[in-house]
Design a protein. Structure first.
Length: 133
């Protein structure tokens, strides 16, 4: 039993380390990014996405991506793009959109990359706001 407990503690420690590494790699990216689950809810977002949305990173978790993008969703029909991506495993790229940020107006194209489809894998789509300035 002690051996099993030790293995569990080691596994949890390795898991925590891996999560910190993923978070660090995700945050290195200068473009706003978020990973969504199969329902379109945010699982993880990087610092730039948090800044763009003006919401703390931890408060973004579980947020419906389309609801958080109401202003943009009407301009480029994000709902249809996301639905098609999830149903047909197709990547997408939006037309250029202008977004007001704390640094002024910026232009982005939103890309969605479909990730591994596995019931045990929580991430389904990686969303990235690619700067077109």
């Amino acid at each position: 039993q002690k051996e099993a407990h030790g293995k569990l503690e080691t596994s949890l420690s390795e898991s925590d380390t891996a999560w910190k590494l993923v978070r660090a790699i995700f945050d290195i990216n200068e473009e706003p990014m978020a990973a969504l689950d199969k329902t379109g809810r945010i699982v993880i977002a990087n610092t730039r996405y948090s800044e763009l949305m003006k919401v703390d990173q931890e408060n973004l978790k579980g947020t419906d991506f389309i609801q958080s993008q109401k202003d943009l969703a009407d301009k480029i029909d994000l709902k249809t793009m996301l639905k098609t991506a999830l149903e047909k495993d197709q990547h997408f790229t939006s037309d250029r959109i202008d977004v007001k940020t704390s640094e002024g107006k910026k232009s982005f194209a939103i890309t969605g990359r479909v990730l591994k489809k596995d019931k045990d894998f929580p991430y389904r789509i990686l969303i990235q706001f690619k700067s077109t300035n």
